[in-house]
Design a protein around this ligand. Sequence first.
Ligand SMILES: *[C@@H]1O[C@H](CO)[C@@H](O)[C@H](O)[C@H]1NC(C)=O
Ligand SMILES: *[C@@H]1O[C@H](CO)[C@@H](O)[C@H](O)[C@H]1NC(C)=O
Length: 475
Amino acid sequence: MERRGSSGLAVPSTSQGNSEGGVQEGAKQHSRPSELRPRVVLLLRNFKFRVAGCVLLVLMSILWSHSLYAAGWRGQPGDSSSVGKRGVLRTFRIRVKESIRGRGPYNEDKGACPLHYQRMTYEDVRDRGQVPYLLGGRRQPHCRTCNSKAPWANFCSWDYSKFSGFRGPVCPEWLQEQLLTWMIESAERGRPGFKEMLTMTPCDLFPLLRGRTLWLMGDSMMQEFMKAMMCFMVEFWDVDRQPQPPIQPHSEPYIDFEWPLQGWCIQLPQDARICLLRANTADQMLDFVFPAFPKLGVKLEDVVLVNFAMWMNTDDQYHGNMTKFREHVWYNLRDLPLMMWRDASVQHFDTLSGDYIWPPRTNSCVPFRDVYLDDQNHLHSWDPALRTVVEGGWRNKLAYAGLIDLQMPIVHTWNMSLGMWNYHTNYREEPGDCTHMCHPSAYQVWLYAFYETLKALPPDARASAQRHLMRPGTR
Ligand SMILES: *[C@@H]1O[C@H](CO)[C@@H](O)[C@H](O)[C@H]1NC(C)=O
Ligand SMILES: *[C@@H]1O[C@H](CO)[C@@H](O)[C@H](O)[C@H]1NC(C)=O
């Protein structure tokens, strides 16, 4: 039985050695097995090394790809090696953390942000190692929607070459670059908010949306703002599902509805939601949208961000609409959630005030040459004719006067978007539209302004406005 070893198998070499009384002796005396042994060991060793080599190779390539990824999603891995190295370690830690937490796409822990966003430093942005999240930088270190082919994922990548018209407009690359340069310059000059904008993450905004719906109520400008919101929060909702209408199903949710109540919602984790309610005028809001609040399921803890402006081209019209709106809010304050107001946006038609006139003088949009933004984000001009522009435009001046005693928080956007005269690009591919803008541009600055305004409000902002306005005897 033991002689089977002579057939060259490894087993007998030990058994034979044992039978001789000593391993060493056995190895010396029997030439064949002793020859065999090193070869077998070598083979085994080689095999081990090969496996270890393969594992190492795989590991290295994973690390490498992640470090490339962490170094910048727009493929500039070269210039910022420190970013890459930090990215590798971080990626690994986060990987492990996420795998421990489970396979769900979101962290359901209430109070925590459902997703992990690595905050970029201002220096990384300034040195062009990172694209700010607000300007379309993809989530780091992991991104769920980056490889999605869904139309919204496409749009939100703000890749001009993918722009397919109906869901635009996306700013061309050079304009996007110009915007980033301007924002960095502004940050360097110490203009308030710019460093914050460049390093803001969607996890800053999320806690303010948790458990409530943010209703965006207004015209096509608000609709564009909705798109900005959708893109900033793109990792938080299911881009492969079509956003749902807030009430009635309608067939084509993406075309530009100019009829009240058209709009759509995106569902975020932890009962957060963002909805657009289309309404161009206060008349439409009062006739259609406010009465539908119960049916829409508007709750007291929600937030409604409102604006109407662009559809009113005379003082009378705007004043009439504002009065109607004010009165409604005043008398219904107890049943309304927190109402916030967004500035009327800046237009850049070829007129002194930038306002639209018919017939247009030219088809081009023009800058306000004699108005400048100081380092405190305040506007100035030497030209007395531009005073109204410096003070926020005629619509905002009228609105501020009307809203001040309602204590409605105002999201100021005018000053910071006044300089963006050349971002009115390609809206519906129409020339001569100096109202709407491409993405990313002013809408993203508004988003930050909205966040800042909402964040600064005390938790009982709604209640305190009520107390302030409650007339004696109305309880
Ligand atoms: C509101 O503005 C529209 C123009 O968009 C106008 O037709 C309407 O009369 C205005 N409403 C009031 C109450 O003034
Ligand atoms: C915008 O500029 C005007 C004029 O300088 C200033 O009064 C106003 O406070 C500025 N608004 C903001 C939000 O900084």
